[in-house]
Design a protein around this ligand. Structure first.
Ligand SMILES: Cc1ncc(COP(=O)(O)O)c(C=O)c1O
Length: 356
């Protein structure tokens, strides 16, 4: 059995967690601040606020911007549904925009065409860790339209020399187990604006302003991340460069073996791919999925075409999202994948592709 994903956690994480348990301070303690400082450094921003999931991070981002009924937010038609769900949850309208089927990221020209006087923001996803063409998107929409980064899978990725997760007014990270740094469940919002950071700090903590006398100026939620979970993330964040290099090793092994057989994932010249997942594209994707699973190899589709889900039906057509949804295949991808594993996966794909 070759697993699709496997978190790279062990003795160091266990020791950090044990220390938190012994300290007796399980939440709102020093590990939160330590993890946040590391995240802010990694994303080259002033503030990182940890929360209970990537979805919580996105939810707080749209709440902090005051988005609601009457507002439109552009989101890619091909993404994990949370990107659009949070927009709908605050009563704003998620306007789906097609993706470029080659990069599987939002197509800036189509974003430009989707702008109306109601457009308030774009949630720009670096899908599977591939940095989005940020400058072209920024130029494609009016200046007053806020760019929020869904960098759920892009911690460690770079657009030119700028870290993803630090490109937008707000950035959102996820620490779900299929991400490069995991806490089991978890996320963070990044920003360099102190007012936004303070609002997020309050919103994740019932609305409480803890700077002076106890006060709640506006209603909040409990989206805090415990010290126990921050302790799981801290050692991995310290090893972020090493974890990314290991993933690059596996990606290079796949690329060498699969070149010419399937379409390989890539990044723009000068960018560093975040390697959240290893997603190839091929015509007989469903046959490949079945053949891999029969050989004891876990594989999966890429992600979802939102206009095919009941919640988002009625918009479209989105041929780029359709192609991506039908052709993308996630191969087993984690730091313990061996050359032998790559060969086993590739030999199955060889058969599927050559067997017309
Ligand atoms: C692009 C994208 N956005 C948002 C999320 C939501 O993150 P989480 O699972 O931590 O809530 C994910 C991951 O699952 C994702 O891949």
């Amino acid at each position: 059995m070759i697993r699709l994903a496997r978190p790279d956690v062990g003795a160091e994480e266990a020791a950090e967690v044990a220390a938190v348990l012994e300290s007796g301070q399980l939440t709102m303690g020093p590990k939160v601040a330590e993890f946040e400082a590391g995240l802010a450094r990694a994303c080259a921003v002033e503030h990182a606020l940890v929360v209970s999931s990537g979805t919580a991070a996105l939810h707080l981002a749209v709440l902090t911007l005051g988005l609601g009924p009457g507002d439109e937010v552009l989101v890619p038609a091909y993404t994990f549904p949370a990107t659009a769900n949070v927009v709908a949850q605050v009563g704003a309208r998620p306007v789906l925009v097609d993706v470029d089927p080659r990069t599987m990221n939002l197509d800036p020209e189509r974003a430009h065409a989707a702008v109306t006087p109601r457009t308030r923001a774009v949630i720009a996803v670096h899908l599977f860790g591939r940095p989005l063409d940020w400058e072209t998107l920024r130029a494609a929409v009016p200046e007053e339209v806020v760019l929020v980064e869904d960098a759920a899978g892009a911690l460690g990725a770079r657009r030119g020399d700028r870290p993803c997760g630090g490109l937008g007014r707000l950035g959102c990270l996820s620490f779900h187990p299929r991400k490069i740094v995991t806490t089991g469940e978890g996320g963070a919002v990044t920003t360099s604006e102190p007012e936004l950071a303070q609002r997020i700090r309050e919103l994740r903590d019932h609305g409480i302003d803890r700077r002076g006398e106890f006060e709640i100026a506006g209603p909040g939620l409990n989206y805090r991340l415990s010290d126990i979970l921050c302790a799981v993330g801290i050692p991995q964040l310290r090893r972020l460069e090493e974890l990314l290099r290991e993933r690059e090793r596996v990606a290079a092994a796949y690329a060498a073996r699969l070149d010419g057989l399937v379409e390989l994932p890539g990044a723009d010249e000068g960018d560093r791919h975040g390697r959240q997942a290893f997603i190839v594209q091929l015509d007989r994707r469903d046959d490949a999925l079945e053949a891999l699973r029969q050989e004891g190899i876990e594989a999966q589709i890429g992600t979802y075409a939102l206009h095919r889900l009941a919640a988002y039906r009625g918009q479209g057509p989105f041929p780029g999202a359709d192609l991506s949804y039908e052709r993308a295949l996630a191969l087993p991808f984690h730091t313990s994948i061996t050359e032998g594993d790559v060969e086993r996966v590739a030999s199955v794909l060889d058969k599927v592709v050559s067997h017309h």
